[in-house]
Design a protein. Structure first.
Length: 310
């Protein structure tokens, strides 16, 4: 299988370099992710198809930089099927005849078959597509080389689910991940382990802060991110809140979980989101990728100036 990367043509302050979609040529020409409907993307798609008609688009998740191009593709290629895990209340934003797919399904694509792997966390409907023969994974927004994926809890992001999804993909032992942002990830296991280790370290710091009596997100953030300037505190607080959410779901530390829940109960829902990182150092523009939802312009300066706040 030789998937062809096709850029969605959507670079910008909110998407960084923009999205990659992947064309799988063959008997069932398949596109992974729809992009945003840019004419140039569709032109390049037609050119890459080289004659045969596109049969289906598999969408990794319902964030707009992955799904919003569906109507434009449908207009130009009415025969195409659009398939994703349902996200009730959101899929209707892009009016095509979405067909639901579920974890464990096998889907014909190109001249081969892909397994559907549900990997929630970044989004509740997030799917990866697994090609067992080559151990290649279409990763969507699960991981991005060299930088971060964020977990927008106000859009049903879930840090605990995200960590479980990373574990699940690590267990597949992929040889290569083709992501929707950034370069292809060769030998992804070290990167997946680094994501997990980083999150565990942060979680243990949050739990330790709870143990020491910190009882507000700011107090926990101040303890973890010592010397933090005020302008980056909102992002530190958001990360703390995401961890509190994950911690409060655990059963092993009931007393701390109770305090985490009490703190969370006092927070407005919309402020709870986070970014995950493999050691982000405030340099990479990838951090603002896939940002059509949680990370808006007002947050960008904090992101640019921050150091490993996730
Ligand atoms: Zn996304």
């Amino acid at each position: 299988m030789n998937p062809i990367p096709l850029h969605a043509g959507n670079p910008g302050p909110l998407t960084g370099g923009g999205n990659w979609t992947w064309l799988i040529p063959g008997r069932v020409p398949t596109l992974v992710d729809a992009g945003v409907g840019e004419a140039r993307h569709l032109d390049e798609l037609v050119q890459a198809l080289g004659g045969p008609a596109l049969r289906q688009v598999l969408v990794t998740h319902g964030h707009s930089d992955h799904a919003s191009g569906a109507p434009a593709i449908a207009e130009r290629m009415p025969q195409v099927r659009f398939r994703k895990m349902p996200w009730p209340g959101r899929d209707g934003r892009w009016p095509v005849a979405w067909e639901g797919i579920e974890d464990g399904e096998t889907i014909e694509a190109g001249d081969t078959r892909l397994a559907v792997v549900h990997t929630p966390g970044h989004a509740p409907d997030h799917l990866c597509f697994w090609h067992a023969e080559t151990r290649m994974l279409f990763g969507g927004d699960l991981v991005i080389q060299g930088t971060t994926v964020h977990i927008p809890a106000d859009l049903q992001g879930d840090l605990a689910a995200y960590l479980a999804s990373l574990q699940r993909v690590l267990a597949l032992d992929p040889a290569r991940i083709l992501p929707a942002h950034g370069p292809s990830i060769e030998d992804p296991a070290p990167l997946l382990r680094a994501y997990l280790a980083h999150r565990r370290e942060r979680e243990s710091q949050v739990i330790e802060a709870l143990r020491c009596g910190a009882d507000t997100p700011d107090a926990i953030a101040a303890r973890i991110y010592r010397g933090l300037s005020g302008d980056v505190m909102p992002r530190a607080r958001a990360t703390v809140l995401a961890h509190l959410q994950a911690t409060s779901g655990g059963l092993s530390l009931p007393r701390r979980a109770k305090r985490a829940k009490q703190i969370l109960a006092n927070q407005p829902r919309a402020c709870i989101f986070s970014l995950t990182s493999t050691g982000y150092q405030g340099r990479s523009p990838w951090l603002v990728r896939c940002s059509s939802f949680a990370v808006r312009g007002t947050l960008a300066p904090w992101i640019r100036s921050s150091t490993s706040l996730t």
